[in-house]
Design a binder for this molecule. Structure first.
Ligand SMILES: N[C@@H](CCC(=O)N[C@@H](CS)C(=O)NCC(=O)O)C(=O)O
Length: 210
């Protein structure tokens, strides 16, 4: 069994790591950090120079970037679960979907948070942000048109990886007219491993005071 320590910030992407560890049935220790008020506390820089969550120490090696951490854990300890076989036709799509949430999808979804936090007044930028969020949400809806899960129509780590961004979009009120995406997130949140990860990680709230 590997020795795994998860440096976990409340209401953050480190929730993904707790969830994948629960899906894989691995043991781990959690070090808890609290947002201060919105940002990570400075002690997180003692774990990784970026000071962001998640940071995970696996057998003494520090890793950041939730996508890389999830992919590594699934590759190493998944025994063929949570990902298609590398030789399968689905593997390329799986990799794309593993990287898409933190790549193209996450930036527009956080625009409204920055607009609010820093009082950005530009109507042109606000319009751009709205259009880019709609573009990404339409894309995800299209991917799920005839299926319940993103890859090979079965639950994989790609669904786990995209959940946080969709939960953020939901919290910001962007899924109100998108029953397909609400149902998809609901399906993922129903997983026993997701629920265990929430119990262990502590209160999880992406409603942004709405
Ligand atoms: N792409 C990184 C994002 C890391 C990141 O920005 N984490 C946020 C929490 S979701 C954070 O630590 N924010 C606090 C801060 O920026 O001080 C990942 O997926 O791990």
């Amino acid at each position: 069994m590997p020795n795994i320590v998860v440096h976990h910030l409340n209401n953050s992407k480190s929730q993904r790591v707790l969830w994948v560890l629960e899906e894989l049935g691995l043991e781990y220790e959690i070090m808890f950090y609290k947002r201060n008020p919105g940002f990570a506390p400075p002690e997180m820089k003692q774990v990784h120079p970026l000071g962001k969550a998640p940071a995970v120490v696996i057998d003494g090696v520090v890793m950041a970037e939730s996508g890389a951490i999830v992919e590594y854990l699934v590759d190493r300890y998944g025994s063929g679960t949570l990902a298609p076989d590398r030789s399968s036709a689905h593997y390329g799509h799986y990799l794309e979907m593993m990287h898409y949430p933190e790549g193209s999808f996450s930036m527009p979804v956080v625009f409204p948070l920055f607009i609010g936090a820093f009082g950005v007044q530009s109507e042109a930028f606000q319009g751009y942000a709205q259009s880019q969020i709609a573009l990404q949400l339409d894309y995800v809806s299209g991917l799920l048109k005839d299926r319940d899960y993103l890859v090979d129509n079965r639950f994989t780590a790609a669904d786990l990886q995209i959940t946080f961004i969709l939960q953020t979009a939901r919290g910001l009120g962007f899924l109100g007219d998108r029953p397909d995406l609400l149902a998809y997130v609901g399906r993922l949140e129903d997983r026993p491993a997701y629920k265990r990860a929430i119990e262990k990680g502590g209160p999880f709230d992406l409603s942004f005071g709405r």
